[in-house]
Design a protein around this ligand. Structure first.
Ligand SMILES: C[S@@+](CC[C@H](N)C(=O)[O-])C[C@H]1O[C@@H](n2cnc3c(N)ncnc32)[C@H](O)[C@@H]1O
Length: 211
């Protein structure tokens, strides 16, 4: 299982979405849509072993978290407009502390980054923060040290948006010993990080005969 958690600092928290202005009035919802596309879409197929969370912290009602479950998704297609329409549906209802499904495989709840990460700690996942200044990815998860048993319960990768994570977020992650790992010396877009992480894990799993 692969899970990605995106902190979307300005992403809109109501269904009042103008599909013609995802970057502006919707608080970089274009970026969230591209991350959903990278998390799930293969050529003519879906990654069913992936879960993606987007934590929306923009106006008017932050925080709201959306959860996309690859094994349950139906009718979503890879383009930003289609994904934005499903996000709109998920943001329209009232958000409670518990997950509620809006369309197949897409859930919404009134939860913040800390709550989502603590859920993953409880589920005993291996959690990493993707960060340019972290330890090189291959030193932590690479051909030399890939350990199927260790990673059996799945990976969780936390990412920031164009603003990155806040100092408080990073402090919290440090306190619970979430390791920072880097996939490049360059600062990349969040959706490209998801593509790269999938690619590294696809190859590691393939050559370890795990798939
Ligand atoms: C556009 S970057 C964020 C830029 C933001 N100005 C900052 O300083 O954090 C979006 C996210 O992608 C991830 N990221 C970007 N470059 C990375 C790299 N080289 N290695 C690992 N993760 C990276 C980080 O999680 C980052 O928060």
């Amino acid at each position: 299982m692969r899970e990605f958690i995106l902190k979307a600092n300005k992403a809109i928290t109501s269904g009042d979405i103008n599909l013609k202005d995802l970057p502006g009035s919707c608080g970089r919802l274009d970026l969230v849509c591209r991350c959903v596309s990278s998390a799930f879409f293969l050529s003519h197929d879906l990654r069913r072993d992936t879960i993606f969370y987007s934590i929306h912290c923009g106006d008017p009602n932050p925080p709201v978290t959306l959860k996309f479950v690859g094994s349950e998704l139906k009718r979503v297609s890879p383009d930003e407009r289609s994904i934005a329409l499903f996000i709109k549906k998920a943001l329209e209802p009232e958000h409670l502390e518990i997950w509620r499904e809006s369309t197949p495989g897409i859930y919404h709840a009134k939860k913040d980054l800390r709550e989502i990460v603590l859920e993953k700690v409880k589920e005993r996942r291996k959690i990493y923060l993707l960060h340019r200044e972290g330890v090189p990815f291959e030193n932590v998860i690479g051909p030399e040290n890939y350990n199927h048993i260790k990673y059996k319960r799945g990976f969780v990768f936390i990412l920031g948006d164009h603003y990155g994570l806040t100092k408080e977020d990073e402090k919290f992650l440090e306190e619970i010993n979430v390791e920072k790992i880097s996939i490049s010396p360059l600062e990349l877009h969040a959706n490209h990080c998801i593509d790269i992480v999938h690619n590294i894990l696809d190859k590691l799993e393939h050559f370890n005969n795990i798939v």
